[in-house]
Ligand binder design. Structure first.
Ligand code: GLC
Ligand code: GLC
Length: 824
């Protein structure tokens, strides 16, 4: 069953029923001010950091679902009847309902008793505020006298403290209501130099900022007393729970329309210009007023919205494809690219499954996310790389995350994940392949944000690789540390205390447990380093102040590690996963549970292992046999039936969920890429389609999550709810699927030398076409597949010239290149 449909020409998903299986959300904001918004206007807003600068309150894990949002109430003052035009929170049965999620905006339209209401929510580019543009139309035959109420609940900035420290918080809330604008200024009197403001374009009939007065005693958001009675109390909050509510009266003749604009904003003031008059305790409002002056006007709001649309047309225009598969087209052209941008902005911090409190910007996550957005905003990828590498430890290791507001690394979610640093090599390499900007390698970057520790980024990469070499175990495989990519494979944890964190507890010294996954990642990183070295050494010729590793270093290190993998990491039919603290193999036929894992099959083949010998094909056949399901490929088999002290969190999950044999979608594209590497385009695309959210739209009732974005996990075959997705939006799945379909299957691949085109597609396809903007040149690509092969290029021409090899070289001054690829 579906709960809506795609509108591809508008680049929107249209939800036509408000009670979706879960709230289906979207994101507002592009750079600093962000919001989450559900299809019923639930969600919250924050400035840069969902934990430390949260503007509005949201109740996670609440019942009813999805409480707290950007609420409006309409009241027919003639009859006293009131309703929520976004359905929540009153849940009045509406005569019509539609929610359109687009890139950075959401429009919720509904009808009730002849009144049509349509509200467009978005954040203008470059601004720290959000606009709600509400248009009311009287579609009935007679005049109406309406009241429109807005309602948000302010968060007292630090979302963690806000949800726990009530003994203090109930006393600190402070407001100002001046010129009909509601200002939230909790803690502004002391160390905060920022406040929030909430304003309306219309003359107010009343307002409220005291929650319990607005709702009425012991009432909920579905029946606020103020809305019921039609009379605001005009209250000013002192402590307790400050809210913002405007009340506007609107008379509409039959057929008449009116637009009302609300603006919710965040404003920082310079420390020495905080108060007006100076020396008073009154907020200096001049900056906020200027923003309101502008955006409470319809023409300016409309223009800001059009600019946002144009911005997205430009971003998505970097790659547009036309293939025989509509799910591929809409994911690549719209939603997958959009999700990549959101994961870039949020990392794993704020979604409906990530509270915004738990995790900042992950080191390995951000480096992988880069794969999905670097072509849209290379300059911001550059900045992200430099931020990440400035938190790198001197020994080459990494903090597992940093806080976006401070950009300082911390160990809050654990440390010593031994794969972390290697991802930086992949991130930097992806950036240079896209941009051709080698100068990033010379950029002087600190270690651990310490002044005086600056060294070229290239040296950071060297240390990343060295970090692995400094930590080899008994089999000469890399030591796993706390865990590798699989956060839950905790081979040194041995935790038997309830509630103890798997992420921060270590009871073993970690000198035995090894990871085949890291070995594969290491080989891959070394191969990337070989390419980077070639380009880099030409530029620095004797000008470095660090020990440049010799040219053969990485090829030798890779060869050595490959030998080790064949000696200790190959199980006969597939790659093993790891060695535990007792030196026993995991992911081997020797095991009764956890015999085969997906991750090493993906990463080792991506690193080229077994491609020539046929072992790669063997391993992929084993994946198909043991791990593949119609809903995607599960992480391992057989699932762990009980908790194993020596395996850690992975065995804490019930079978079929998350890392314990769930379909952990992040890993599926690795297999698609591996299948493409061995030339099996049918298999690669088949796996792609199994987890493509658009292709799963028809089973929305089972899938439950949004059909327009990937979820982290789909319950595996051991689960009672096989096929049910969880943890949508913030997942490395977005970037890796984007890479798999665009670079490996369609084969449009940035390389250090230029754009390569080398498709591995389903044999049934007649071909496809694409437009790719790359390093200032537009490539109009046509691929024909007359022989119906999966792989193999017979001829390539660029602007009529015959191309040898698959990398397209442009001629000087060429801005547009027509590429024709004939497969065969
Ligand atoms: C989550 C984490 C990621 C980890 C994965 C597997 O997606 O954000 O860092 O690799 O889980 O455990
Ligand atoms: C990853 C895993 C999750 C685990 C978490 C710990 O997100 O997916 O299962 O609880 O890491 O940080």
């Amino acid at each position: 069953m579906k709960f809506g449909h795609f509108d591809d020409s508008a680049r929107e998903y249209v939800i036509t029923q408000p009670d979706t299986p879960l709230p289906w959300i979207n994101y507002l904001g592009s750079e600093a001010y962000f919001g989450l918004i559900s299809n019923t206007a639930g969600g919250y807003s924050f400035y840069k950091d969902a934990r430390l600068r949260r503007l509005t309150r949201y109740r996670y894990n609440n019942s009813p679902l999805d409480m707290g949002g950007r609420y409006l109430y309409l009241r027919d003052n003639g009859t006293g009847k009131y309703w929520s035009p976004s359905w929540m929170p009153t849940r009045t049965k509406l005569d019509a309902y539609e929610c359109r999620h687009g890139q950075g905006y959401t429009v919720i339209t509904s009808k009730f008793n002849g009144i049509k209401s349509s509200t467009r929510y978005f954040v203008p580019l470059g601004e720290s505020l959000e606009i709600w543009q509400t248009t009311l139309t009287n579609e009935s035959a007679s005049s109406v006298d309406l009241s429109l109420f807005s309602a948000i609940e302010f968060c007292l900035w630090d979302a963690n403290d806000d949800a726990t420290n009530f003994q203090r918080n109930y006393s600190i809330g402070q407001m100002e209501i001046v010129d009909e604008v509601i200002y939230h200024k909790t803690e502004y009197r002391e160390r905060r130099d920022h406040f929030a403001y909430f304003a309306c374009s219309e003359k107010l009939t009343g307002y409220d900022t005291v929650r319990e007065d607005f709702l009425g005693k012991y009432r909920s958001w579905n029946e606020p007393e103020v809305v019921e009675s039609g009379t605001s109390v005009n209250t000013e909050a002192h402590g307790w729970q400050p809210i913002g509510s405007h009340h506007v009266k609107i008379q509409l003749k039959a057929g008449e329309s009116k637009q009302v604009i609300f603006v919710l904003g965040y404003q920082e003031n310079p420390k020495d210009d905080k108060f007006d008059p100076p020396g008073s305790q009154i907020i200096n409002k001049k900056r906020a007023k200027a923003a309101l002056e502008k955006y409470l006007k319809q023409e300016n709001a409309d223009k800001a919205f059009n600019d946002l649309r144009d911005h997205w047309t430009m971003l998505l225009g970097k790659l547009q494809v036309t293939t025989p598969d509509e799910h591929t087209n809409r994911m690549v052209n719209i939603w997958n690219a959009y999700q990549c941008m959101v994961t870039f902005n949020m990392s794993r911090s704020a979604s409906y499954f990530e509270s915004g409190i738990g995790r900042g910007m992950g080191f390995r996550d951000s480096n992988q996310d880069l794969l999905g957005f670097v072509h849209m905003i290379p300059e911001r990828a550059r900045e992200r790389i430099l931020d990440l590498s400035a938190t790198q430890l001197k020994n080459g290791g990494a903090f597992h995350q940093y806080q976006p507001l401070t950009k300082r690394g911390n160990n809050d979610v654990g440390s010593g994940f031994n794969d972390d640093p290697l991802w930086l090599v992949l991130g930097v390499s992806a950036y240079i392949k896209e941009s051709g900007d080698w100068s990033i390698l010379d950029e002087l970057v600190q270690y651990e944000n310490e002044t005086g520790s600056e060294s070229p980024l290239y040296e950071h990469l060297q240390r990343s690789v060295q970090y692995t070499l400094d930590r080899l175990g008994p089999n000469k495989l890399p030591l796993i540390g706390r865990a590798d990519w699989n956060d839950c494979l905790n081979l040194n944890c041995f935790s038997d205390t309830p509630g103890q964190s798997f992420q921060t507890t270590t009871n073993k010294d970690g000198t035995v447990a090894e990871s085949v996954f890291i070995a594969g990642l290491f080989v891959l990183a070394c191969k990337e380093m070989m390419g980077l070295f070639e380009g880099y050494k030409l530029k620095i010729q004797g000008s470095t102040n660090f020990n440049l590793q010799p040219s053969t270093f990485y090829s030798e290190a890779a060869t050595e590690m490959e030998k080790t993998v064949w000696a200790a990491g190959w199980d006969g039919d597939w790659f093993r996963r790891a060695y535990d603290d007792f030196g026993h193999a995991l992911g081997s036929k020797e095991n009764s549970e956890g015999k085969i894992f997906i991750e090493p099959q993906g990463i080792c083949i991506m690193a080229g292992l077994g491609v020539d010998s046929g072992n790669a094909v063997k391993a992929l056949d084993a994946v198909a046999e043991h791990l593949a399901t119609p809903h995607g490929i599960v992480l391992q088999q057989p699932a762990f039936s009980e908790y194993y002290l020596h395996l850690g969190e992975i065995s804490s999950y019930p079978p079929g969920y998350k890392e314990n044999a769930g379909i952990f979608c992040h890993t599926n594209p690795w297999i698609m890429i591996a299948e493409a590497i061995v030339g099996r385009g049918d298999n690669a695309f088949d796996y792609y389609k199994r987890i493509n959210p658009s292709a799963r739209e028809e089973i929305s009732e089972l899938h439950k999550c949004e059909p327009y974005v990937y979820a982290q996990m789909i319950a595996g075959k051991d689960a009672a709810t096989h096929g049910e997705a969880k943890n949508s939006w913030l997942t490395g799945t977005a970037a890796w699927n984007y890479a798999a379909i665009t670079q490996s299957i369609l084969g449009i691949r940035p390389t250090l030398d230029g754009l390569e085109i080398s498709p591995v597609i389903p044999a049934s396809w007649d071909g496809f076409s694409a437009i790719r903007k790359y390093r200032g040149v537009t490539y109009n690509i046509t691929v024909e597949n007359p022989m119906h092969v999966c792989k193999g290029v017979a001829t390539v021409t660029a602007n009529g010239r015959q191309v040898s090899g698959s990398v397209i070289r442009t001629q000087d001054g060429e801005k547009e290149v027509n590429v024709k690829v004939v497969m065969g």
